[in-house]
Design a protein around this ligand. Sequence first.
Ligand code: GLA
Ligand code: ZN
Length: 661
Amino acid sequence: MGIHFGVDYYPEHWPRERWETDAKLMQEMGVQVVRMAEFSWFKMEPAEGEFHFEWLEEAVALLDKYGIKSILGTPTAAPPAWIIEKNPEIQPIDRQGRRRHFGGRHHDCQSNQTYRAHIKRFVTAMSQKFADNPGVIGWQIDNELGNSHGDLCMCDSCKARFQKWLEEKYKTIEALNDAWGTAFWSQGYNSFSQVSTPLITAVGENPSAMLDWKCFCSDLIVDFAKWQADIIRENCPKHFITHNYMCFDNKVDYYDLGELLDFVSNDIYPAGHWQKQPHQPESELAASHDVIRGYKKKPFWMMEQQSGMAGWEIMGRALEPGQMSAWAMQSVAHGADAVVFFRWRTCAMGTEQYWHGILGHSGNPGRIYREAKQLTHTFAKYMDEFEGSMPNPEVAIVHNFRQNYAFDIQPNHPELRYVEQLYKYYKALYEKKIPVDFVQDMDDLSKYKLVIAPLQYLMTPRLEQHYMDYVENGGHLVLTMRTGVKDAANLCMTDRELPGRLGEICGIEVPEYDCLIETTGGVLYGKKEYEIQKWCDIIELKGAKQIAEYATGFYKQSPAVTENNYGNGIAWYVGTEPGEELMEDLMSYFTQESDIETLGAAADGVEMMTRESEDKIWLFVINHTNDEQVYHLHDRYTLLEGEKEEFLKPYEVQLFEKNKS
Ligand code: GLA
Ligand code: ZN
């Protein structure tokens, strides 16, 4: 496509006379694309059927004159007041049974057919209007679907739809009663019409019902997006359709949503005021980029990258010189084909008047603008070549939304979070400069030398077989605590000791376990004692060899980590959550045994990542710190950008290349 840098632009917040100045400044900065209009329904349709697209056509044409293309957002995350006045029932109901009202955004119920009809009218008109506009290249559906839809909607429309969804899934009410284990607490149903959306109960909830509810909500969001994608495709077959994801967010199964889209986009705010301060660790950002690439196994776009201080009522930290550029090139290193900065100019009104952009309130180009310009001018020339290329990791971490939902419903330990657990494994690899893919459990795993599958809690015979085949055929697999606990309906399995049939490849059984509430434990690995957290599986060896043992608890000296040869492969079982140090050392062992290459050696704030085309490999070395750093590469590359090999200035990004032999 040849488009690689852009900004999110809201011309409707500014006088018409300013637009040309914006376009000129953007062009000088190297902006090739803007995203617009994703919150401008009222401006485009101030009363039912009265369309006013002139202002947007004018903005598109003006930008096009400066060589800047447009992506248009469908504004369905903010239906205007006249729609709400006419159809107040489209506002969502929360779990307390309260209506959520107009005045913010996302005040919509996604199953409501009246709302769907409003969307159909509007999106049809908008997509027809811009179908042949030479300035428009694509669409973003809605905005961050699932965001602000806390617990989604409990209204009557959603209830009816949930009942229908359950009926399609279970066919008979007896089958639902079995799957939900409704013998417990007299929860049996006589008919689907008795099943409610999960309004707040007096106490407790049914974990199987909640799992279905979360899957239903995800399907509903996908259906809501498809409703729009179908309209756009019918009217604008030439344009691409994307959506701005939120990293690991779990309101919608992003793999399913990705099937509707031409490519996936992502939003990141590493120094958002809600993040760990001063900013989200770059290893977490790297993991986000890797999972985003994994959702469609394709390069992606950054549709919103933080470019200034973040804030609603309170604000986060200011960006240090070079930091934004390092984040931008980090996403490129992990597979982004384009980076769009949020936002062009800091706006003066509304909830986000402190959400800063490339330009401040005054609109004068300053430090951030100069930095962005320098970035595009340095890297634009390589971006065409990178386009379509992908990282090619030897290690995969398994990621799955249903597991995530199940741990949301029952964390087992009060602080256990599914994504955080994946991330702990990821971080150890990241710091060793080992690239990682995120994959879904049933994906073909055979191309990976090492697969790490934490918390395989919900288990099916098919998935068991899949993992067994992988190891049998020579794969190296890491399984962990809380594996094989439940069936697909979120009921505990009772026919075997944990971890079910996977015990055969691991050569173990787990007849007991301990939850480390408000305490930590210890493990002896080699000659050293390490901290462990949250959980201890009490393991019996059935052919495996012990590689670490507990140093605490009544199960002291029993196995904590095990290794088993199975077929041509190896299965490791980690019965606890390793503290950071143990994680590092275990991962050194697993990766060495699996013959995994590391890209180089450097301090933790220095990142190394590669992208490969058919004949080339590009290596990015990124300094995420405000200090000078040194590093060492394990392979020979030619330096394309950067001052001095093996040395980095604060926040410097270096680019290398080599030909594939
Ligand atoms: C999100 C949204 C944007 C904007 C920014 C800043 O990522 O997609 O519309 O609200 O956050 O808050
Ligand atoms: Zn609803």
